[in-house]
Structure formats: C-alpha cells, structure tokens
Design a protein around this ligand. Structure first.
Ligand SMILES: [Zn+2]
Length: 120
C-alpha cells in the first residue's frame, strides 16, 4: 500500500495521493487563477478532509521547493507587490527559505520602543 504524498496516510494501490488529498487538489484547481487564502480554506473545509489533514496537505513540501502554503503566500505577495507598483519575483522556494530562517533566528529581547533590526 503506497503512502499519500501529502498526508502520509494510506493512499491505496498504485496511488500516490489519497482520496481526501486528491479532492483538495481538485478543489484548489477549481478555484480559478486568483483566490484568497480564505477562499481556499473555505473550499478545503467543504471537502471530507479533517482539519488535521488539511494542515498536513498545506504543509506538504513534495518537491522540496516549498509547500502549498508557501506557494500561495508567494503568489499573494507577488500580486500585492504588483498592485502597489513594486513587482517582486517571490516564489515558494524563497518563502520556504524565509520561513526556515525565521525559525532559526534567535529571539532578541527588545526594549519598549526598540525595533527588531532583522525585521523585514
Ligand atoms: Zn492524503
């Protein structure tokens, strides 16, 4: 029995994606070119997948280039940047790197009114 690429649960014979994750992929594919994170979450919650599974699905980093959450963050960042007239070329890989760096960065204790020098 193969494991699902997204949630690591049993996917079924000759399958790399389980039924729940496949339905989430279908739902995302049906959302059209520009949907908000909120739209997507609503659509995912409407599937049979549990909240836990939705979390795993969004965090799955199948190709090592960033998770679905990173991909959507990158797309929304680019759209926002274009709207304000400062195009960027953020992609899922960059979002993933920034997220990893944020995790590793030691928290600096700030005095009131002081600004974190590493804040983007
Ligand atoms: Zn799955």
């Amino acid at each position: 029995m193969a494991k699902c690429l997204y949630c690591q649960e049993k996917a079924g014979w000759f399958k790399s994606v389980c039924k729940d994750c496949q339905s989430m992929l279908d739902v995302i594919g049906g959302l059209g070119p520009s949907f908000s994170f909120r739209d997507m979450l609503d659509a995912l919650m409407a599937t049979q997948a549990s909240n836990e599974k939705i979390e795993k699905f969004l965090e799955a980093d199948i190709k090592g280039q960033g998770s679905i959450r990173d991909l959507i963050t990158a797309r929304m960042t680019n759209e926002l940047a274009r709207t304000v007239g400062q195009p960027t070329d953020t992609d899922a890989e960059k979002v993933r790197r920034i997220r990893e760096e944020e995790k590793k960065r030691p928290k600096i204790a700030l005095k009131p009114g002081e600004v974190d020098p590493f804040r983007r």
